[in-house]
Design a protein around this ligand. Structure first.
Ligand code: GLC
Length: 409
């Protein structure tokens, strides 16, 4: 029997609903997202020339954490090592790491320290399964190393993440796909064997009983995976082309970019608006999912100001409406084109995201519901039952331009 995260950890994870994903690494210097080593076919010795250039003098862990806090985000998941193989913390298992750059500091440690000062945010880690730089992953015939050497490295790093940074929220794996989809350039993709998930997950659950394991495999969860993840799509939707539309009974998480890329992309200004972000957050919550929203900081260590501003906008909305998101579970009232719902026991939160007429009509409101009021301000709203339909008319002056939440009790 595979170990799972504790009940406490699972409940906490579902209660927090909103997190900050951070893709940051050597690739941020180039500014063409985190896959640039692969997309531009940069050989290892060339890519390594980024190491002496990495000096994010404007990095300030407290500031990143305060942006997340202002946004209402409750967990922060930075890339500890992405596919390029460069470790963004002071790992004992490789010299290819951030503390060997002119920057010298360990930003993961600094984030952990900044987060430790607060009680409302936890740190989690993204960890890449594949590694385009490690000789035991990519260059076994040249290096004489074995796949088992790579597994020792991967598992050893995860052990470090689980022991050196206090209580963590999650380990977030990515890059499993070499097992089922080989690229024409196998050098980048070929895995030499199993990632030994049973052992890996058991180790995490033994060292960090409250932390959840998520593996971005786009398939049905394996034993030991606590959360089912969806990438760039809401659960059940598959516009990205690689998401499964099968939704398991596990807690869910939707990860998304704030623009069109994960790692810093100098030419990407397609930033999602604050209302759009709120809608994606509440749509995720309405199906029982967390929303892990990514930012890709610059090589100097800054979260792009336009991204910070949008995030703070979400936090503003959450200040008066957070009750309808945090601590909720999937809604009992079926969604319509303009509404979704969340719930806490017998309290239902109807999120009105748009108005096609003065009144909204929903079906499936539980019989126990007799009263309606606005969450923000508490004004009573008239609730009219017409057969199986419930009609709620919200005066224009009382509407929230982003999402008007009606509490049904
Ligand atoms: C995809 C991307 C990867 C990114 C991840 C985040 O798997 O390929 O670079 O880290 O999504 O969800």
């Amino acid at each position: 029997m595979a170990l799972q995260a504790s009940e406490k950890g699972l409940n906490w994870f579902q209660d927090i609903r909103f997190g900050m994903f951070i893709h940051w690494g050597l690739y941020s210097i180039i500014g063409k997202q985190e896959w640039v080593m692969h997309t531009d076919r940069i050989p290892v010795p060339e890519y390594e020339k980024l190491v002496p250039q990495f000096n994010p003098v404007r990095f300030n862990a407290e500031e990143w954490v305060s942006i997340a806090a202002d946004a209402g985000q409750k967990y922060i998941v930075p890339t500890s090592r992405h596919h390029d193989g460069f470790s963004m913390y002071d790992t004992a298992l490789s010299d290819y790491k951030v503390t060997n750059t002119p920057f010298k500091r360990d930003p993961m440690r600094e984030l952990a320290d900044a987060i430790a000062k607060r009680s409302d945010i936890k740190l989690g880690f993204y960890s890449s399964l594949l590694d385009w730089h490690h000789p035991a992953y990519r260059f076994r015939s040249e290096s004489g190393l074995a796949w088992s050497d790579y597994i020792a490295f991967l598992h050893g790093q995860v052990r470090e993440l689980c022991t050196n940074f206090g209580d963590i929220a999650c380990i977030w794996f990515d890059g499993d796909w070499p097992h089922h989809a080989l690229d024409e350039n196998n050098a980048y993709f070929e895995a030499g064997g199993s990632f030994e998930y049973d052992k890996l997950y058991d180790m995490i659950h033994s060292l960090q009983p409250d932390a959840v394991v998520l593996n971005n495999r786009h398939e049905n969860p394996l034993p030991g995976e606590d959360v089912q993840g969806f990438e760039q799509d809401l659960p059940g939707v598959n516009t990205a082309g690689f998401n499964t539309t099968t939704i398991s009974k596990l807690p869910l998480e939707v990860c998304m970019t704030i623009n069109d890329h994960w790692g810093f992309s100098a030419n990407d200004s397609n930033t999602k608006s604050t209302p759009h972000l709120v809608h994606l957050l509440v749509r995720s919550a309405s199906v029982g999912g967390n929303y892990l929203l990514n930012v890709g900081p610059t090589a100097l260590g800054e979260i792009v100001p336009a991204h910070a501003a949008r995030l703070r906008g979400v936090g503003q909305w959450l200040k008066s409406n957070g009750e309808s998101v945090y601590g909720t579970r999937a809604g009992a009232i079926p969604p319509t084109a303009v509404t979704v719902s969340t719930r806490k026991g017998d309290t239902h939160y109807l999120h009105v995201l748009d108005y096609t007429s003065d009144c909204v009509t929903v079906t499936g409101v539980p019989d126990t519901v007799t009263k309606a009021r606005l969450l923000n301000g508490g004004a009573a709203i008239e609730l009219e039952r017409r057969d199986d339909k419930t009609v709620l008319c919200i005066p224009e002056a009382q509407r929230d331009t982003i999402d008007t939440v009606v509490v049904l009790t």
